[in-house]
Design a protein around this ligand. Structure first.
Ligand code: ADP
Length: 488
């Protein structure tokens, strides 16, 4: 699509399209299941399509694993745990994990393009955030594999056994890396299921793991839907469940494993607050708000989806924000200029549209820039909702799209009270010129991650996870490693 068709009236100048090429990627027409170091057909014989949400074109077909396939994968993981991986020296384990990281780096461009095609996220983000961070997670945990006694001094460290891992569609490769890297470093074996709408980079990761020469059965990758995930959760011989996804499914998993001795980490939904105090650098704060909710289409569990602005600067911030979102480029995610790509699936676009209607029915004032969306594919305009109440559904419930609610406050205490008044507690952002205010707010906000004068910054050394209905357990850093070990 020509740039002129997009944001017609608001873009101050036109960029020429700068398309990333997909000619270098290698995608098979059909993917089987990766079990015990081999590609095997699903026992049901069933496959399903994975599409590009930006143009609805089919990218490939992937296998639908059922409980028999899950059983095969768990048996392979158990055999290799007992026979090989738990006997592999930590230094050797570390070498394998480094090798995965380096092979991923070598194929970084291919991973980034496939992620963008399969997920709809903009290439700038897949290229600059998802893939480098995924590689860094493998590098980081490779470094711990032979230093576990320093990670947990004076304790005997043992792996848990077989880890069942289930990932969502918003950061497909990165979530796989968050889960596989610490599990392997601590000596566990893995059965991982990526989300049904974004299975391709996990399957490419299986190819890298294969090329890295990992012993068969150490990592098994099964594609499928919720039933495949449930079969992993319910399997008797799985020792640990690591899940990232919706709070609804998190609760199902929590119920399913209650009464068993399975360990679990659940990283669930969020409704994170971004708080702008009157002394904040406002232009930077506006960039932080945009980065927090509009980039990656709001498909971020920790998205700053509730904005709280101090009353004295509210009008100014909202004006600046409206101006800024009018210049965002919405369109083909493969264009390096695009800021907002495609919504991941029709179901997700329907959910977002449903919430936009709810917001309007609740009497909120909506602002959307006057831009033209691409004709094919799933797209949504960046959307602001003003005049919302604390009890509004669009303020309380996770939307998982480019929709921001805006509320004002007079005092810092009021901001804290409003920010904490949600069932979730994943992340928060604070914007102020004063360090003391940052410390005060950070100590009182119920959120697992708090950013100050920035938003959505990630690092493998830093733990990530939630409070309340945002789940429990941490991924990343030493905390992420401790979720995969038994300490004696
Ligand atoms: P989202 O709303 O982010 O798509 P979901 O929680 O629906 O999140 O999905 C996250 C992951 O959980 C996906 O891989 C999905 O297939 C899987 N899943 C869905 N239902 C279940 C279930 N009952 N048990 C285990 N995994 C499930």
């Amino acid at each position: 699509m020509a740039r002129k068709e997009i944001n017609k009236s608001k873009v101050t100048w036109d960029y020429s399209p700068a398309m990333e090429s997909s000619s270098h990627i290698n995608l098979k027409k059909k993917y089987d299941l990766y079990i015990d170091g081999k590609w095997v057909k699903p026992s049901s014989g069933k496959y399903f399509d994975t599409i590009n949400p930006a143009n609805k074109e089919k990218l490939s077909e992937v296998a639908h694993a059922n409980d028999k396939d899950v059983d095969k994968a768990v048996k392979a993981a158990r055999k290799s745990y007992k026979g090989v991986w738990s006997k592999t020296t930590p230094a050797e384990r570390s070498k394998y994990i480094y090798r995965i990281a380096r092979l991923m780096q070598e194929r970084a461009r291919e991973f980034a393009v496939i992620e963008t095609l399969d997920a709809g996220k903009v290439i700038r983000e897949s290229r600059d955030v998802d893939v480098p961070l995924a590689c860094n997670h493998f590098f980081y945990y490779a470094g711990w594999a032979d230093k576990l006694e320093y990670a947990f001094p004076n304790r005997k460290v043992e792996p848990l056994g077989v880890a069942g891992q289930i990932t969502p569609w918003n950061f497909p490769l990165l979530m796989a890396a968050w889960k596989i890297a610490p599990a392997l470093a601590a000596g566990n074996t893995v059965v991982l299921k990526p989300a049904e709408t974004t299975p391709l980079t996990a399957l490419k990761l299986a190819e890298v793991i294969h090329d890295a020469g990992l012993p068969p059965g150490v990592v098994n990758i099964l594609t499928g839907f919720g039933d495949t995930g449930a079969a992993i959760v319910d399997h008797d011989d799985v020792d640990k469940i690591a899940f990232t996804g919706s709070t609804g499914v998190g609760k199902i998993i929590q119920n399913a494993i209650s009464g068993t001795d399975k360990k679990a980490t659940l990283e669930l939904g969020g409704k994170s607050a971004n708080i702008i105090l009157e002394d904040a650098p406002l232009d930077q704060a506006v960039e932080g708000i945009v980065n927090g909710i509009f980039f990656n289409q709001g498909h971020v569990c920790c998205a700053g989806s509730r904005l709280f602005v101090q009353e004295s600067v509210a009008e100014k911030v909202i004006e600046k924000l409206k101006h800024r979102i009018s210049s965002l480029v919405i369109g083909d995610p493969m264009d390096k200029n695009t800021d907002i790509g495609a919504i991941n699936s029709k179901e997700q676009l329907d959910t977002i549209d449903k919430y936009i209607k709810i917001g309007l029915a609740e009497g909120a004032t909506m602002y959307q820039p006057d831009c033209v969306l691409p004709k094919t594919g799933y797209f949504c305009k960046p959307t602001l909702f003003m005049d919302v109440a604390q009890s509004s559904r669009i303020v309380q419930e996770e939307i998982f799209g480019p929709v921001l609610t805006i509320q004002t406050f007079r005092t810092v205490d009021e901001a804290i009270q409003k920010a904490n008044n949600t069932p979730f507690g994943l992340a928060a952002g604070i914007w102020t010129d004063k360090g003391s205010r940052i410390f005060n707010l950070a100590s009182k906000l119920n959120a697992g991650v708090i950013w100050a004068n920035t938003y959505n910054k990630f690092d493998p050394t830093s733990p990530f996870g939630g409070y309340k209905e945002s789940g429990y357990g941490r991924e990343g850093g030493l905390h992420g490693l401790s979720a995969y070990v038994k300490l004696k």
